[in-house]
Write a protein that binds this ligand. Structure first.
Ligand code: ATP
Ligand code: MG
Length: 378
């Protein structure tokens, strides 16, 4: 798929942007704090209605303004779509082809992006919450039912935690309402867990291949899902997972009431990366970490393609100069011009030009984007 034209108004420092993009590679050059990341954040927000930098949408509205507006024309193999998002102090609204969508879940998934930024290295070394956010964002954008179950899980979890906190200090404990919530939560947990297993099995296969290409087959990368509730296996049916989770809640009830919170479930699960069977979180070198993060991104691109039959956009925020020549080649060579790519950088040195064929180059300064004709490069 392609993003042909893109407009932004009052989105962070992008006051009034109207640009057309190249179907292959677009490079944005600008000094620090000029709006490079803001632009990629805006494109990614148009796709998912979520920012990778903040969960508070109001921060995205330009200082002193009442709203931010994004829109774009997306070309897929069969159709052309017009997407639009409005963010104001009350919330956000979304349109597809000028028709307002009542539910965000009916909007998300029309445009798919895979974003790679230096903070992706956190995936390996960061807290489990970083890896759960990764799963929720990536799987949510390719599967509307994942998005639906994951957000309902969060809501019921909050309700259950509130109730557990109340019970903590009550003498007469009404456990009937708790068991209703537990049953509901177990059902939603099973839907989330089964989907995570399914997508991670796919990601593991593809990331393994990508890693062996990047690292010249020195070590084998394995990606596995680690549910926090014991006794769940990737071969279990949704019903079987539901029974296991339900039994866990029953067994832990006294403990959970005492602690006033839900002790395990999808909100406590983790992802594990291994190299040749040893945990990479603790032992991977800088270079290995980069290769793992990169492999995961390449796998994500394949996952989107596999599920939607379209290649997503690839957004590379400030990462080209972090990758050596061979890894740049592995990244762009792997894609063979299949994905429309957006690259931001502070300067052109460090980018291997012979790998990128005829990119379109833009300058970005103080939130204004200008197309540069006949750019000189080495
Ligand atoms: N809500 C907002 N309204 C107006 N300006 C904002 C808002 N949020 C952030 N900014 C401004 O956007 C600028 C940062 O833009 P951005 O993060 O895109 O920089 P960058 O070009 O990626 O820089 P770097 O090379 O350092 O990563 C800062 O000057 C910041 O003050
Ligand atoms: Mg930046």
């Amino acid at each position: 798929m392609l993003l042909k034209r893109f407009l932004a108004q009052h989105f962070r420092n992008l006051q009034d942007v109207d640009v057309s993009f190249d179907p292959n590679v677009n490079i944005f050059i600008g000094k620090n704090a000029q709006g490079k990341t803001n632009l990629l954040e805006a494109i990614s927000f148009l796709a998912s209605t979520r920012s990778h930098r903040t969960s508070n949408d109001k921060e995205l509205i330009a200082f002193g303004q009442e709203y931010a507006k994004l829109s774009g024309t997306v070309q897929k193999s069969q159709v052309e779509l017009d997407l639009r998002v409005l963010i104001n102090k009350k919330g956000k609204k979304v349109w597809v082809n000028h028709l307002e969508q009542a539910k965000i879940s009916a909007y998300v998934g029309r445009l798919n992006v895979v974003l790679f930024s230096p903070s992706d290295l956190e995936l390996l070394k960061g807290a489990p919450a970083v890896r759960r956010r990764f799963m929720d964002q990536e799987f949510g954008q390719v599967n509307a039912s994942y998005l639906y179950y994951a957000s309902n899980y969060r809501q019921v979890l909050q309700q259950r935690n509130n109730y557990l906190r109340q019970l903590q200090f009550k003498r007469d404990k009404d456990l009937i309402f708790l068991s209703v919530l537990s049953d509901q939560l177990a059902g939603l947990a099973a839907e989330v867990i089964v989907r995570r297993f399914q997508y991670l099995t796919f990601l593991n296969q593809v990331a393994q291949k990508a890693y062996s290409q990047i690292s010249e087959a020195r070590e084998v990368l394995t990606l596995s899902y680690r549910p926090s509730i014991p006794g769940i296996s990737k071969h279990d049916s949704t019903e079987a997972v539901y029974q296991t989770v339900k039994a866990y809640f029953e067994a832990q009830q006294a403990q959970e009431v005492k602690k006033g919170t839900t002790l395990a479930g999808p909100h406590r699960d983790d992802l594990e990366f291994d190299l040749d069977g040893s945990n990479a979180h603790a032992f991977a070198s800088q270079g290995q970490q980069r290769s793992i993060a990169l492999s995961l991104k390449l796998a994500e691109i394949q996952l989107v393609q596999h599920l939607t039959h379209e290649y997503p956009l690839l957004l590379l925020d400030d990462v080209m100069s972090e990758l050596d020549h061979d890894r740049q080649r592995a990244l762009l060579g792997y894609l063979h011009g299949k994905t429309q790519t957006f690259i931001t950088t502070t300067d052109l040195t460090g980018i291997s030009w012979e790998i990128i064929k005829q990119p379109r180059v833009y300058h970005i300064a103080a939130g204004k984007i200008k197309f540069v004709e006949g750019v000189e490069h080495g």
